[in-house]
Design a protein around this ligand. Sequence first.
Ligand SMILES: [Zn+2]
Length: 412
Amino acid sequence: DLAMADRRSLSQKYRPKIFSEIVGQNIVAQSLSNAITRERIAPAYLFQGPRGTGKTSTARIFSMGLSCLAPGDTKPCGICKECTDFLSGNGTNLIEVDASNRKSINRIKNLLENIPPSATSSRYKLFVVDECHMVSSKMWSAFMKFLDEPLPRVVFVFITIDPDNLPRAVISRCQKYVFSKIKDIDIVCRLRRICVKENLDVELAALDLIALNSDGSLRDAETTLDQLSLLGKKITPSLVNDLVGVVSEEKLLDLLEIAISSDTAETVKRSRELMDSGIDPMALMSQLAGLIMDIIAGTYKLADSSANDTAVGGRSLTDGELERLQQALKILSDAEKQIRLSSERSTWFTAALLQLSCGHSSEMNPARSSATECYKSLNDAVAEAGRESSSSRTASHSISAFGVSKKHKVSG
Ligand SMILES: [Zn+2]
């Protein structure tokens, strides 16, 4: 729906669509483009390199190029029927799976078992296996059958950040493409173009700083710019400093999980800890919103795969979790407007966090079942907090308005 489309992250919105838009991987882009033009397509490719360097985007562009109807070396053109179908999500020749996701890997197993050995379609079929270092040895043997006796027009692209953990037999049967970290200057160039298109007020030195902090990952840089743009003010180096690296993603995810799980006391405690360490509630708010968007979009991955069964960390969200996260995003974006104007920013931020569990408890408490109701009670809570703290404007007084007992408070 439209509201969700507007909340696309900058990296999704400006994802490259043709080879010439791929940033900082000229050799890879050129040779894949040549392979399509000369119709010299290998049965299997290995894309390796650090995160955020364009591996998945390149695989998609490659797939689009294989079915593009344009002549000569202009594939993919991005405008023919096949390309527009692909870009609007109606392409049928690309199957993308994530090996870190059990459901996903079962799906590809199923597909592999159901490719008839005599398949001779006139169209290419591209299987993209992301995070392929997570593929089990049993599954690799299923793939090996196809790598040893390739089917016409069936192509595999294996993507990994960790090629050392792949079977040698697999590596030796793939055409290898190494994606390097993106140079800072290329990242800055890219961010500048996005700033112009998004009409963002930004100092060039701020973009340098973002690039510096992104460690060669264009996606990380775009995510940081995304978060900064949500603050709604001129993007300066000091603003970047305030945001980048202050709160780790683990801490943020922790806070989100606790808030959603309705643990009121712990939510207030963690929130206060972050405020006490001097973090601006506005920055925290936009970082949290960015994290939720990443989780919804499926682009957020936990470093520790064993934690995949946590409430919001895994890649496969249940409908209920998805709904809860969408509601959380709505609550945060509503509260952001209030925080912007308020002198009680910490209070507003904590109050907003406490509302995140509303979706969770709605079945037990039908009176507060909608986001609107939650938001209304948020207003009430803050009004009450304001009255409480009018005599003595300290955070602890404000927080006590939420009925948190002393023993849960942070002493520091
Ligand atoms: Zn085309």
